[in-house]
Design a protein around this ligand. Structure first.
Ligand code: C5P
Length: 304
């Protein structure tokens, strides 16, 4: 297993090689504050990471290849287009080599649902950048890495950063999150994929106005009160495209000790917020019985 920090480098000769965890990204808030001429939306989002996600391993090889395995492998139809390979290509394009460029045999164990609002593809891309840098020992400046991350997708920079953050702009402005109280998450996906551009397109109504975040919170109650004033502005649009999101939210809200139920990213995954992991696990067990076909996962929030 990969340690909490998500990094593990094995000595040469050991099977696993370099291992990175691509943690699930959860948008605790997501406010849309405007639209740019290029069609992207300006947003403000409190992003945290679960201690659960996809797992990537990297071994030296003559060429770059990607093997996908795990519970959600079948949902990734076109491996050639995978962000992991685009990240590898971007790294190689940004460096010069004497002789042949290095290769890597990459294995991706897909534990996160795909097109689900948990940033799986973005987290994989970020983990690929991090893991391949370690494997290839490339001297690339942080600004260039950030630029590559940005070119791969709006959520890739924050996933590369990997810490609880306030994300702004279209994802490229990343500030540290306020000091957060302890809480755990119950992640739920109803088995419906939602394409991010469609959800943004379906969004209606005025843009949100945002105010400054407090530096810290007295307790979970005051944190939840703040989050209630900072919703996910894509929730209504996602429900209009995929009504099962409404049922997920209703079932989360009805769970004992669930203090907030909300959609993450552009959906369809939602999260319930609980004071403890034990409470989240009780909710996980209850939902598994009520809706056995849903993907349900209790997870701690990765500490900053
Ligand atoms: O950058 P990424 O590929 O993740 O974005 C997918 C789509 O989501 C974009 O093409 C755009 O339609 C929408 N999007 C947006 N504003 C953002 C992020 C994504 O409109 N800040």
């Amino acid at each position: 297993s990969v340690p909490a920090g998500g990094k593990q480098d094995c000595r040469a000769g050991e099977e696993a090689g370099i291992v990175r965890m691509a943690a699930a990204k959860v948008n605790l808030s997501l406010q849309i504050i405007g639209k740019r001429p290029d069609g992207y939306h300006e947003l403000e989002s409190l992003v945290v990471f679960a201690d659960f996600g996809d797992r990537l391993s990297f071994r030296p090889s003559a060429t770059v290849s990607l093997q996908v395995a795990g519970p959600f492998a079948a949902a990734l139809k076109d491996t050639k287009e995978n962000l992991v390979l685009r990240a590898a290509g971007g790294l190689l394009a940004g460096a010069t080599f004497e002789g042949n460029p290095p290769g890597a045999a990459i294995r991706l164990e897909k534990g996160l649902p795909v097109a689900a609002g948990l940033g799986g593809g973005s987290a994989d891309a970020a983990a690929a950048i991090d893991g391949l840098l370690a494997l290839w020992k490339l001297p690339i400046e942080p600004e260039k890495l950030f630029e590559l991350a940005r070119s791969l997708g709006a959520d890739v920079p924050v996933c590369l950063h990997g810490q609880a953050s306030i994300m702004r702009g279209v994802g490229e402005v990343i500030d540290p999150a306020p000091e957060l109280p302890d809480f755990s998450l119950l992640l739920v996906n109803p088995g419906a994929a939602l394409a991010t551009p469609n959800v943004f397109r379906a969004r209606q109504g005025a843009f949100s106005k945002v105010t400054d975040w407090p530096e810290s919170f007295a307790d979970l109650k005051s944190f939840v009160a703040t989050l209630e004033g900072r919703p996910n502005d894509l929730e209504a649009a996602a429900i209009s495209l995929q009504p099962s999101v409404r049922e997920v939210l209703d079932r989360l809200e009805a769970l004992p000790n669930c203090v907030l139920a909300r959609m993450s990213g552009s959906g369809a995954s939602c999260f319930g917020l609980f004071a403890t992991l034990q409470e989240a696990r009780h909710g996980e067990a209850a939902l598994q019985v009520a809706r056995p076909e849903w993907w349900v996962r209790a997870a701690a929030c990765r500490r900053q």
